[in-house]
Design a protein around this ligand. Structure first.
Ligand code: NI
Length: 164
């Protein structure tokens, strides 16, 4: 496993739609493992493949430090409610902004063995799923920010929202 370089806003790879994954090759497995290591090393709660420069529909999410989820070709099939709160992104370092997202999300995805599964989330997990899936379509949260982007203070690291 290796930590990969996280692409930052302004890098055009972050604005491109990603391709479906058709099969898990050794290379795909390596990518997934590297994404997991890169996410944890950066103290993120999620990471999408384009953030490490790969245009594949793969995201990893772990909102608690104990609930790692690999989502391949993920699709949101149901949403409800609304939440408005702070959001950040590892590709937009040092910034955060207010974004409104659904408060509940149901999604389907394949795991790293290409087994289809369903996941439901509320609050932070719902927000993370929406945020990461946006990356796969070339969208960053900054497009949805209400008001201005704010500078994140370093000592804010223990807030419930970390960067994706
Ligand atoms: Ni992000």
């Amino acid at each position: 496993m290796a930590i990969r370089n996280i692409r930052e806003i302004g890098d055009t790879v972050l604005n491109k739609p990603c391709k479906e994954v058709k099969e898990i090759t050794p290379r795909t497995r390596e990518l997934i493992n590297d994404m997991i290591e890169t996410m944890y090393a950066a103290n993120g709660v999620g990471l999408a493949a384009p953030q490490v420069g790969v245009l594949k529909r793969i995201v990893v999410i772990d909102c608690t430090g104990e609930d790692l989820m690999v989502m391949i070709n993920p699709r949101i099939i149901e949403t409800s409610g609304e939440q408005t709160g702070g959001e950040g992104c590892l590709s937009v370092p040092g910034k955060s902004g207010i974004v409104t997202r659904p408060n509940y999300v149901k999604a389907v995805a394949y795991d790293e063995n290409m087994q289809l599964y369903e996941v439901e989330g509320t609050e932070l997990l719902a927000r993370a799923i929406c945020h990461e899936l946006d990356h796969l379509d070339g969208h960053l949260y900054v497009e949805k920010v209400e008001g201005d982007l704010m500078d994140v203070r370093d000592e804010d690291d223990d807030d419930d929202w970390d960067e994706e």
